[in-house]
Design a protein around this ligand. Sequence first.
Ligand code: TEU
Ligand code: CA
Length: 564
Amino acid sequence: MKEKWWHDKVAYQIYPKSFKDSNGDGIGDIRGIIEKLDYLQELGIDLLWLSPIYCSPLADQGYDISDYYNIDPRFGTLEDLDELIAEGKKRNIGIVMDLVVNHCSDEHEWFKKAIEDPDGPYGKFFYIEDYKKGDKLPCNWRSYFGGSCWEPLPGHEDKLYLHVFHKKQPDLNWENPLLRKEIYKMINWWLDRGIAGFRIDAIINIKKKLPFCDYPADRADGLSSIENMLKEATGIGEFLNEMADECFRKHDSFTVGEVFNEKDSDLPLFIGEDGYFSTMFDFSTTFIDETGISTVEPVKDLQEKYKKASFKAHKRVDGIGLLSNIIENHDEPRGVSRYIPKEDLSDKSKKMLAGVYFMMPGVPFIYQGQEIGMENLSEVKSLSELDDCANPDLYRRAIEDGLTEEEALKLISLRSRDNARTPFQWSGDVNAGFSDAEPWLMLNPKYKDINLEKQHDDPESVFSFYKKLIKLRKDKEYERTVVYGDFEPYEEEKKNLLCFKRILDKRILVAANYQREPQVLELDEKVKAVLISNNAELAEKVTEAGTRILLQGYDYLVAELGEE
Ligand code: TEU
Ligand code: CA
């Protein structure tokens, strides 16, 4: 693999609205992020991805952009952002912005002009179709947030526009070269400002299968998941390659694509040496509990499914490129609540989960609060407590699928995107130290137990464990093996044992007993030194134990293999 400047980086995702409020309006902001840069530096972060902070009506929390060239006043100003970029540089932290170009906001001036004159140049920036009342819709695609993806164009009874997400997020028409030119101009404007790159939102949706047509209905609403269309859409590569050429390659930017449903044959094009993106997220483990039918039952064989999914993902890109690894993000429930059985949730199991994904090949991303082990909201009492525009559909589907109202709410507390969006728990003080005012979204009630202040100076805390993991990745002696080492699953068939080697100039073993019962790990080579573990006793015993190691429940260990 040709070495790139970003290969050895550790990234951190900030959800700005919930990170730190600097001016007492209950909403996190850029100055709040600047305040916490020293904290992020101490943790060991190199790249900081900010979820959108552009001007937005916040119908989908900033993923609906009304001005690509400015910062929403709730988050600050362009000057604040320039300061963040400069302060980041001082600490070797690069700023990665969110690039949301499948759609904009219905309050963007392009859409306003399209409404004024649907047949004019800006009408062609969108997908606008003629429609006679009573007619069949142009197609039966279901928007990601539920309901049809067609909506009447305001002021035009005889026209519809397409939105695959929220109705306030009209899709941009990438088939139009003038639109693409505008997008590239905007991207370069940001890159020239000094950002390190972009996380690229929902990008797989920019290529539609045209002309619009129906797909077999997959629910009682008669609509069809967008995925059915995406499977048949071809030719996205032309757009992505053009964007890379016009923008990213010129700047040697870091880009991470939010890519789903890619085919094996696409991988070299997407993340190969001269791919459209630097890397893309590994979402494979997020599918193990997505059955399509609403349920609050725990997943069967969760641990084995987790292992198989993540191993498969990394083997699949072996020799091609690097994935970006996550256990959660702003669209997903908290990883510790999702991937650890409820009765086993503890600091120890949280550290195990952290250690496993961190030592896989790829770029690790930490989502804000993950480093202190933030958990899901346990008991949502009413939808009105929450905010996310995806909640009503999640709830409605649950009822449709036969869940009781109580179960539907339980599903919300297991699955809602708001789980990850509650304010960062800085301390056990009022508003968890996030703001002087009442936060825009409820706090997680567990903040008195789980907060940074409590963990910061405790060497046994989840936070200190993350620090150690990052330190290990950056340790000159092991760095190359951790970044470029081969990935070799070990004893993969052994139930709930998650074990692999990373091999280059060093031979590193990563082992996790992903269950509460103890189990024995038989090694085929000797342990030279334990580099990190979530069990001090284990760390002491291992080198004496020879090649037979007794792992207690949720024990985790990284060791260097070889003779003394
Ligand atoms: O998400 C894209 C996406 O396909 C999903 O993760 C989506 O959030 C989910 O299916 C809806 O329930 C990205 C952003 O990460 C997400 O926050 C935005 O809502 C979405 O794009 C639209 O911009
Ligand atoms: Ca604020």
